[in-house]
Design a protein around this ligand. Structure first.
Ligand code: SAH
Length: 343
């Protein structure tokens, strides 16, 4: 419920609107999930809330900690479905990686989430709750504040557009967590129409594109979404996004062995990079268990990256984090939790 809706519920029972404001603050600012704990309300009001409303809180199912400090959890939603979220600690930052949908509809061939069906969209509240829970781990495990949020968990954020924007609105609002939009990155497989909409909505967060091949034939093979949103359409949308927001786009590029890491591939990527101000993150492929793809050779990845840099592109190789607990990019598939439940 919005603040106005909660206030109205109070005035309709003959109470003061500011009680609604108090409840809203408990829910969103103090992340309270039990009416009994709303200590500035009297017992009668708390009972009334209890018998008329439900808080659909996201609950931590289990927590796995990687040898590199990455923490992953299954989050149980009120209807029993599961998503995953990750905290990635580094010297200079604490990053939360959150999900936007239960499962995913895009069936990217290299991604473990792509093997799941898309069950439903997450609500703004569920997106927000993941951030709150992961933010608590940053405090309890590392005594550090959460600094960054990436929408790189399960799902395609731009196919759950209004809820993702609603979640970000709460995360950035002073009524919520008051975090800066500059520290938030939404990652998309490339839904051109929605990238244009982001620009028209004048969003303040950062945008990343999961590119992985700068050639339509290759990209079609690994990302079926490319058939309806080809590289030209996506590039045009990104140019528009940049013209409106002035933000530089991040391209994510998984290096697959013998597929997209040759000099020819690097040249194609360089040409694509010239279309819009960008930087490139080259990502190691993380195995998902289907044996279709292999990680590219480390020396080849470094050469690939060096070629881009020599040609004036900001490019970095990103080493994987949390691989031993299936928390790395593309490995989120609710594996362990379902096993735990069955046994
Ligand atoms: N649907 C969005 C959000 C998911 S982000 C998107 O596609 O961007 C997940 C990131 O992990 C994407 O960049 C994705 O391409 C990458 N990824 C998926 N599977 C991977 C794998 N097996 N190894 C490394 N990265 C992977």
């Amino acid at each position: 419920m919005s603040l106005d809706e909660i206030k109205t519920a109070f005035t309709q029972r003959g109470d003061k609107a500011f009680r609604g404001q108090q409840v809203y603050e408990w829910l969103w600012k103090k992340s309270c999930i039990r009416f009994e704990e709303m200590s500035n309300l009297n017992a009668e009001t708390r009972n009334w809330l209890n018998s008329n409303f439900i808080i659909h809180a996201v609950k931590v199912e289990d927590k796995q900690i990687s040898s590199d400090g990455t923490i992953k959890s299954g989050f149980r939603l009120h209807d029993g479905l599961l998503v995953e979220g990750v905290l990635i600690p580094a010297d200079d930052r604490m990053t939360a990686c959150v999900s936007s949908q239960v499962g995913c509809s895009l069936t990217c061939k290299f991604c473990a989430t792509g093997t799941l069906n898309r069950e439903r969209n997450l609500t703004p509240g569920e997106i927000y709750d993941q951030v709150v829970l992961i933010r608590n781990w940053a405090q309890t495990h590392y005594q550090k504040p959460l600094t960054n949020i990436v929408f790189m968990g399960m799902g395609e954020p731009l196919l759950n557009y209004s809820n993702v924007l609603g979640g970000i609105e709460k995360i950035t609002s002073p009524e919520g967590l008051g975090m800066s939009s500059d520290r938030i990155t939404v990652s998309t497989a490339g839904i051109a129409k929605m990238i244009v909409k982001l620009a028209d909505d004048n969003v303040k967060f950062n945008l990343a594109l999961s590119l992985h091949a700068a050639n339509d034939t290759k990209r079609n093979q690994i990302m079926p979404i490319n058939e309806s949103n080809n590289l030209h359409a996506v590039a045009e949308a990104l140019r528009y996004f940049h013209s409106k927001t002035k933000k530089r786009i991040t391209f994510e590029y998984i290096a697959f062995n013998n597929f997209n890491e040759s000099l020819k591939d690097a040249k194609e990527l360089l040409d694509f990079c010239k279309k819009v101000p960008c930087k490139v993150n080259i990502i190691e492929y993380n195995p998902t268990g289907d044996n279709q793809f292999e990680k590219a050779d480390t020396a080849k990845i470094d050469n690939f990256c060096a070629y881009l840099e020599r040609n004036g592109i900001v490019a970095r190789v990103r080493r994987s984090r949390g691989k031993d607990i299936d928390a790395a990019c593309g490995q989120l598939a609710n594996k362990k939790h379902e096993e735990a439940i069955v046994s």
